[in-house]
Design a protein around this ligand. Structure first.
Ligand code: COA
Length: 174
């Protein structure tokens, strides 16, 4: 098994100034452009953790709470929340500020899953495990197993009756 790594080691921040070419006819950032940057930031973060090329396997629900105006500055923060066998879950948060760096608000967040591939055959390879340290890292680490089951069910890769962690999650509410 590969040595476990800390969250801090692969933490990634991407900053972009919203230019005219990034916007829709209303002068707001196109959602697809934001998702493109989130995919890149998430991929860099996952690649650093895995020390390998990664591909995006899935993107969880993304919703856009605030329009992002032309001339705004966005920061995308990406962290690995958990490593499984050949995949890692990455949590991304997007913050928007004005050009002066003021009036910062959280725009949205998402979870993405990346799979590490070997250079030669481009097949999935084992990834280093994650060693969560802070209380926030531990919460995201623990809940990642349930999110994984949800996305594997939704993508048809896991039967709902085989979802062990989700079952115990719902049993807690009985
Ligand atoms: C992701 C991919 C490599 C998985 O290949 P595969 O032959 O299904 O491999 P496996 O069955 O061994 O699965 C590998 C890992 O992917 C995960 N995975 C596959 N599909 C997934 C999905 N929809 N959501 C979350 N994880 C997924 C599996 O759970 C497994 O993770 P684990 O080893 O940590 O448990 C393959 O489907 C692929 O290449 N997809 C295209 C990726 C791509 O090009 N992305 C950009 C889109 S333009």
């Amino acid at each position: 098994m590969k040595r476990a790594k800390k969250v801090e080691g692969s933490k990634t921040t991407m900053t972009e100034l919203i230019m005219p070419n990034d916007t829709n006819p209303l002068g707001n950032l196109m959602g697809g452009n934001l998702m493109h940057w989130m995919d890149i930031a998430g991929g860099i973060c996952a690649g650093k953790h895995c020390e390998a090329h990664v591909v995006t396997a899935s993107v969880d629900h993304v919703s856009f709470q605030h329009p992002v105006k032309l001339g705004s500055v966005i920061s995308i923060n990406a962290v690995v929340t958990r490593a499984f066998n050949t995949s890692v879950e990455v949590y991304l948060e997007v913050y928007v500020s004005d050009f002066a760096g003021l009036n910062t608000v959280k725009s949205n967040h998402a979870y993405m899953t990346f799979v590490a591939l070997d250079d030669e055959n481009r097949r999935p390879i084992e990834v280093p495990q994650l060693n969560p340290i802070t209380p926030g890292e531990i919460i995201l680490f623990e809940s990642a197993k349930r999110r994984r089951e949800v996305r594997l069910i939704l993508s048809g890769r896991l039967k709902p009756e085989d979802a062990t962690d989700l079952k115990s999650f719902f049993q807690d509410f009985k």
